[in-house]
Design a protein around this ligand. Structure first.
Ligand SMILES: Cc1ncc(COP(=O)(O)O)c(C=O)c1O
Length: 397
C-alpha cells in the first residue's frame, strides 16, 4: 500500500478511497522491555503515549480517560459456558462511553494542528464526548445528531457547550448531511474518517494485556457500529505482537444488533466489502449505523484475520444482556453497551466459546445515558411500617 504524509488534508487512499490509517514507527520501543510502560504511574490512555500520533506533550487533551476496570464477571461467567469471562467497564470513562478513548487523541491532534472548531455526527455518545474534550481544550464544537437521539445524550453535549444540530433524519442520513456541512465550513472532523482519533481505541489492547498480567484473551468482544473498536483493538494487539511482548493474538468478535448489522452480514456472506443495510429499529440505538465508513472494512478484516466471528443479536437478546450485566455483574450499561455479553452467551450456546477460554467483553456505554422508558416504578407508599410490610409481602408474591 502506498504511503501518504502525516498531515494530508483528505486522509483517503487515492486509489481505493479507503480512509487511511496512521502507521507509527515503533522500532525504538524494541530496545525496551514492556516494564517501561507497566511501571508507569499514569493510569489514563497516555500511559501508552508512544503509541499515539501526538508530537507535543503540551497538546495532549485529557480528562483521565482509560484505565477502566477489567472485572472478573463472576456469576455471569456461568451463562457463558463457565468460561473465564472479564468485563472491561468503559461506562466509567469521563463522559460515560468508549468515545473518550478516541476523542482524547483526536482533539489533541486538533489542538496540535491549531484548529478552532471541531465537529462530529453521532448517535449521541460521540457528540457528548467531542463536546467534553473540546470544552477541555477551549475549542468550539458542533455536533450533529438524529432527532430521535436520547435527550440525555443531547443534554450532556449541550452542557459542555456544544452547538447542537438536531437533524430530521436517521443517523446515516445525518452523517451524509454532516459530510456536506464539513466541506462547506471546514471544521475539524472527529468522525471515524479521521485516522488520528481512531488510534485512541488501540488502548483497549494495551490495558487488557497489562491487566491480565501479560496473558492474551482467547476472545475480545466489542459492541460495534462503525467498527473502530474492533479494528483498533486488533491493531493494538498486533503492535504488541510485533514488539515481541506477546506470543499470540486474540480472536476479535464484532457484536451488532440484528436490526442493523452490516458487518455481521458481510462476515456471514463472505464478502470482502461492507454493503450498506437499511437500519431497522433497535433499542441498541448507539450502534444503529447501517452505512458505516470504510473503517468497518478494517473491522471485518480484523475478525477474519484473527479467526474471530461476528454476532447479530435479536432485540430480546440485547435487552437480556443489559439486564444480566446490571443484575449479575453490577454494571449499569445502555443496551448497545452490554451487547458484547449477549454475544458471549450466544457463542457459548453454539460451543464456540468453551469452558477453558479467557474472554473479554467490552461494556461501552453507561445506562444513565439511555434510561429505559418502559421500566415500571413501584407506587410510592406512606411512611408507615404497616404499609411497608404490606408492600414487601406483595412484592414477594
Ligand atoms: C455505546 C457504544 N458502543 C459501541 C459503539 C461502537 O463504536 P465503533 O464501532 O464505532 O467503535 C458506539 C458507537 O457509537 C457506542 O456509542
Amino acid at each position: 500500500m502506498k504511503g501518504y504524509p502525516i498531515g494530508i488534508a483528505e486522509p483517503r487512499c487515492q486509489q481505493c478511497h479507503h480512509i487511511l490509517e496512521v502507521e507509527l514507527d515503533l522500532s525504538d520501543l524494541q530496545e525496551h522491555s514492556p516494564d517501561l510502560f507497566l511501571q508507569r504511574k499514569e493510569t489514563s490512555i497516555w500511559r501508552w503515549r508512544e503509541f499515539f500520533p501526538i508530537e507535543k506533550d503540551g497538546a495532549i487533551v485529557t480528562l483521565g480517560e482509560g484505565g477502566t476496570p477489567l472485572l472478573p464477571a463472576g456469576r455471569l461467567g456461568q451463562g457463558v459456558g463457565g468460561a473465564d469471562l472479564y468485563l472491561k467497564n468503559d461506562t466509567l470513562l469521563p463522559t460515560g462511553s468508549l468515545k473518550d478513548r478516541s476523542n482524547s487523541v483526536g482533539i489533541s491532534r486538533a489542538l496540535e494542528e491549531g484548529q478552532k472548531v471541531v465537529a462530529v455526527a453521532s448517535t449521541g455518545n460521540a457528540a457528548a464526548s467531542v463536546a467534553a474534550y473540546a470544552a477541555r481544550a477551549g475549542l468550539q464544537s458542533v455536533v450533529f445528531v438524529p432527532e430521535v437521539t436520547a435527550p440525555e445524550k443531547v443534554a450532556q453535549a449541550a452542557s459542555y457547550g456544544a452547538r447542537i444540530v438536531r437533524v430530521q433524519a436517521d443517523y446515516d442520513e445525518t452523517a451524509r448531511f454532516y459530510g456536506q456541512a464539513l466541506k462547506r465550513f471546514g471544521w475539524y472532523n472527529c468522525l471515524s474518517s479521521n485516522p488520528f482519533r481512531n488510534e485512541g481505541k488501540k488502548s483497549y489492547a494495551y490495558e487488557i494485556w497489562a491487566d491480565l498480567g501479560g496473558r492474551v484473551p482467547d476472545w475480545v468482544i466489542h459492541p460495534t457500529a462503525g467498527g473502530t473498536g474492533p479494528a483498533a483493538c486488533w491493531k493494538g494487539f498486533n503492535e504488541l505482537y510485533r514488539l515481541g511482548w506477546i506470543e499470540r493474538l486474540p480472536r476479535i468478535v464484532v457484536a451488532q444488533a440484528a436490526a442493523c448489522a452490516p458487518i455481521a452480514v458481510a462476515f456471514e456472506a463472505g464478502w470482502d466489502a461492507i454493503r450498506p443495510v437499511e437500519s431497522g429499529q433497535t433499542i441498541a440505538e448507539s450502534i444503529r449505523v447501517g452505512r458505516p465508513s470504510t473503517v468497518a472494512w478494517r473491522a471485518l478484516r480484523a475478525v477474519r484475520d484473527s479467526g474471530g466471528t461476528a454476532v447479530a443479536l435479536s432485540e430480546a437478546e440485547i435487552e437480556s444482556s443489559q439486564d444480566l450485566v446490571a443484575s449479575e455483574a453490577g454494571i449499569f450499561a445502555e443496551p448497545a453497551g452490554a451487547i458484547s455479553v449477549g454475544a458471549a452467551i450466544r457463542m457459548a450456546q453454539e460451543g464456540i466459546i468453551q469452558r477453558d477460554h479467557l474472554v473479554v467483553a467490552v461494556i461501552t456505554g453507561h445506562g444513565l445515558k439511555q434510561p429505559r422508558a418502559n421500566l415500571p416504578l413501584p407506587a410510592a407508599i406512606p411512611r408507615e411500617l404497616a404499609a411497608l410490610e404490606q408492600f414487601l409481602i406483595r412484592a414477594d408474591r
